[in-house]
Design a protein around this ligand. Sequence first.
Ligand SMILES: NC(=O)c1ccc[n+]([C@@H]2O[C@H](COP(=O)([O-])OP(=O)(O)OC[C@H]3O[C@@H](n4cnc5c(N)ncnc54)[C@H](O)[C@@H]3O)[C@@H](O)[C@H]2O)c1
Ligand SMILES: O=c1ccn([C@@H]2O[C@H](COP(=O)(O)OP(=O)(O)O[C@H]3O[C@H](CO)[C@@H](O)[C@H](O)[C@H]3O)[C@@H](O)[C@H]2O)c(=O)[nH]1
Length: 429
Amino acid sequence: MEICVIGAGYVGLTTAAVLADLGHTICCVDTNSEKIKQLKRGEVPIYEPGLSELISKNKDRLTFSSKVVENIQKTAVIFIAVGTPSLADGRTDLTYIQSVVDEIAEGIKSYKTIITKSTVPPGTNENIYKMLKETGVDPKLFNVVSNPEFLREGSAISDMIKPDKIVVGKQQEDQKSLSVVKNIYKNINAPFIITSLNGAEMIKYTSNAFLATKISFINEIARICDKYNVNIEDVSKGIGTDPRISPHFLSSGIGYGGSCFPKDVRSLEHSALDRNVTPQLLQAVQAVNHSQVNLYIDKLSVFIDDFSEKTIAVLGVAFKPNTDDIRYSPAVSLIEKLSSLGSIVQTYDPKALLPLAMMEMVSQHIKLEQAIMNADCVVIATDWDEFKQLNWLKVKELMKGKYILDARNCIEPQVVRDAGLTYIGVARP
Ligand SMILES: NC(=O)c1ccc[n+]([C@@H]2O[C@H](COP(=O)([O-])OP(=O)(O)OC[C@H]3O[C@@H](n4cnc5c(N)ncnc54)[C@H](O)[C@@H]3O)[C@@H](O)[C@H]2O)c1
Ligand SMILES: O=c1ccn([C@@H]2O[C@H](COP(=O)(O)OP(=O)(O)O[C@H]3O[C@H](CO)[C@@H](O)[C@H](O)[C@H]3O)[C@@H](O)[C@H]2O)c(=O)[nH]1
C-alpha cells in the first residue's frame, strides 16, 4: 500500500521504517525542512537503536519530503504522528494536530483513511472528524481511525514489529477502515482490540497512567523500606512473581520521565477534571514522582552538608538508557537542582546532550573519565549499561571524594563498598 506518514519524530520515523519493511511504499513528511534534508542525506536525526539501519535497508520504498499537502494528495492512507506536548497548564497542546487537519483539508481530493498514531485526549479524533467536515470536506472522502502507539524509546522497532496488541478505534458507522488497517498490519502477529475512537484514546492514556502508577507506587514503597532497612529490590522481586502484579515497571529510582508519562498522566488528569471527576490517584502518582529528585538530594545531604563548591559528577542525562531523548528527564532535573545548590556539576551521557540553556552552568564531557575527575560524589542518574559495568577501583582513583549516589538502583552496593567507596541509595541497605 502507499502510505503518507506525517511527522518524522520518534514515532513517525519508526512507523515509516517499519511499514516500509513490511512492504509498503512510504513517504514520510515533516514541516521541519532541516530534518527532511538530513533524512534525504541518509542521516537520522535521532538516536534509536536499529532505526538508521532499517531506514537505509528500505530506502527504495521509503522517501522523505517537506511537501506535506502534495504527498497527502497522492496517498489513500495517512498516518498522523506529530507531537502532542503539554501546554503550561498540563492540557495537551493540539496545535500540531490542528495544523495537520488543515494540511489534510487542503490536500484531500480523493478518499483517505486518516489514522491517528499521536497520543491525543479522549474526544480528539471525533473532533478531527468534525473539523474536517466543518472545513467543507465531503465526509464520503474520509474516515478517521485512532491507532495509538505503544512503542518505547530504545526498543521502538521491535516494539512496533512485535506489539502485544493493535488498538483500533473507529466510528460505529465506518465500515471501511478496519479492513484497511488490518491490511496494513497483515504481516504483524498481534491481537486486534477494536473499540470506539474515544475508547482507543482512553486505552492509550490508561496504559501510560497505569505504568506510571506502578512506578510511583514502588517509589513510595521504597521510602517505607528505607526506614525499615529493607532492600526494595527484594520487595519488587518478591511481589513480581505474582502474575497478577508482574515483575515489570517495579524499579524504584528518581522517578519516571520522558516525552510520554509526565505529559500523558497530566493530560488525563485534565480530561477527568474537565468532566468533574477528581482523579485522586493520578494526582498522587504525579506528587510522588515530583518529589523523587528531592528525595535523592536529601539522601545525599546526609553525607554532604554543604553542596556549594562541591564537584558532583552526574552520569546520565537521558530520561532512560538507549535513547538521546531528554524530554522531562529526571536526570536533567537532578542536575539543575545540584547546580542551583552551588555544586560544580560535570556530566556524561553516551548519547544525550544537556539542554542548550544548561550548557553554560554545567559541563558535559565526551569521556566518562573526564566527568568523574576530581568529583566529590558520583551520581548514577540514568541506568545505561556502561554505568552498571564501571570499574569502581578505577572510579575511586579518579575521584577526590568517595560518595556514590545510585539514583537508579542499578549497582550492587557491595561492589562499590569493596572498592572503598560509600554507596548511597534509597532502600538499598
Ligand atoms: N516518543 C515516544 O516514545 C512515543 C510513543 C508512543 C506515542 N507517542 C506519541 O506520538 C506522538 C509523536 O511523538 P514523537 O516523540 O514522535 O514526537 P517528535 O516531537 O519526536 O516528532 C514530531 C514531529 O512532527 C512534526 N510536525 C509537527 N507538526 C507538523 C505538521 N503540521 N506537518 C508535518 N509534520 C509536523 C515535527 O516537526 C516533528 O518532527 C505524540 O503524540 C506522542 O505522545 C510517542
Ligand atoms: O520500573 C521502571 C520502569 C521505568 N521507569 C522510568 O519510566 C520512564 C518511562 O520509561 P519507558 O516506559 O521505558 O519509556 P518510554 O519510551 O517513555 O515509553 C512509555 O511511553 C510511551 C509513549 O506513550 C509508550 O508508548 C510506552 O508504552 C511507555 O512504556 C523512564 O524515565 C524510566 O526510567 C522507572 O523509573 N521504573
